[in-house]
Design a protein around this ligand. Structure first.
Ligand code: HMG
Ligand code: MG
Length: 306
């Protein structure tokens, strides 16, 4: 067992979370949320997506969000892009880091991006080439790595081959997405071991949704293998528009609480993080339902700050 001393959290709430919220935040509230997250110590915040607004209307204001945030030194603000058109728009809006996304299942690829897996990799070739020429780091997501809502089981060897293909394309990091949160610890461990045979562990991130309440257990299992980059969403916001029934990413507060309890550093102020989430939830008219966020809120309400 070799637990990392420090974990880098990639906060995906403003993108992955908000892309699937039915009561979306306005642009000003999104900007406030992102600035609050950076103030809480998050160093990687995915702030939007330059995808088709017909497919995901919640991300249509991503250029305005990028323009409005107060960029802090040392904080990265990546955005998701699906094709060259999205890349050009992201670049024009001032993005300095991007993420591309492919799937380990054919049906999900069609539903999410209207093309086959092979076509999506082909589509990303010029995007990554242009990004690299512009000095822009590219993260590569793979969806459905532990199961697909349409096809069921997914072969870890297929995920590993696709992860290697994304690295060959020029991605600097591969984020393994359990899009529908169906994974369990031994499956997560087997997956990461299989992928790590093709891609260095230091370039693999875990992106686990919490649909079946397994995300923290799965994260613990892969932390023991040496995973040190974890994606999470403040207050557990979100889901996926093309994965019916999927709930949000694992909540950032839950991950930070677990890591700090294990003596693993994140650089994040848990209290400030929780407050950032409550402020966004208040605007959405929702109470926190992620565990740590809810517990801390209860404590705060009982002992209001002087
Ligand atoms: P398409 O309809 O096949 O695209 O969609 P097209 O190239 O045929 O163009 C059709 C129209 O879309 C045109 O407009 C284009 O201009 C426009 P029209 O002439 O009809 O007015 N268009 C765009 N507009 C804005 N920005 C763009 C863009 N591209 C085309 N970039 C496409 C193909 C990929 C664009 C579409 O399927 C799409 O946007 N999909 C994105 C879906 C999405 O955002 N899903 C959620 C993110 S992935 C995720 O959440 C998983 C992850 O979290 C990891 C995990 O959990 O597993 C990352
Ligand atoms: Mg996701």
């Amino acid at each position: 067992m070799s637990l990392p001393n420090r974990v880098r959290i990639v906060e995906v709430g403003p993108r992955d979370g908000l892309q699937n919220e039915q009561a979306p935040l306005g642009t000003a509230q999104k900007i406030r949320l992102i600035d609050d997250l950076a103030a809480a110590g998050l160093t990687d915040i995915e702030v939007g997506a330059f995808v088709s607004p017909k497919w995901v209307p919640q991300m249509a204001d991503s250029a305005a969000v990028l323009a409005g945030i107060n960029r802090r030194a040392g904080v990265r603000y990546p955005v998701l892009v699906p094709n060259l058109q999205g890349f050009e728009a992201a670049l024009a809006a001032g993005a300095r880091e991007i993420a591309i996304f492919a799937a380990a299942s054919e049906t999900f690829s069609q539903k999410n991006t209207n093309c086959s897996v092979a076509e999506s990799l082909k589509r990303f070739e010029p995007v990554v080439a242009r990004a690299r020429a512009a000095g822009i780091p590219v993260r590569g997501y793979l969806s459905c790595v532990l199961g697909c809502p349409y096809e069921g089981a997914v072969d870890p060897a297929r995920v590993a081959a696709l992860a290697a293909a994304l690295i060959s394309l020029g991605c600097n990091e591969i984020s393994l997405g359990d899009t529908i949160g169906v994974g369990t610890p031994l499956a997560a461990r087997r997956l990461v071991e299989t992928v790590a045979a093709r891609v260095p562990m230091s370039q693999i991130a875990a992106h686990f949704h919490d649909t079946y309440g397994q995300a923290l257990a799965n994260l613990h299992a892969v932390l023991e293998l040496g995973i040190a980059v974890i994606d999470a969403s403040v207050a557990g916001l979100g889901g996926c528009p093309y994965a019916p029934g999927a709930s949000g990413n694992v909540a950032t507060e839950d991950v930070v609480y677990m890591l700090h309890g294990m003596g693993i550093e994140t650089g994040i102020d848990l209290d400030a993080l929780a407050q950032a989430g409550w402020c966004a939830l208040d605007h959405m008219g929702r109470a926190p339902d992620a565990r740590v966020s809810r517990a801390l809120r209860h404590k705060h309400l009982k002992q209001p700050p002087k």
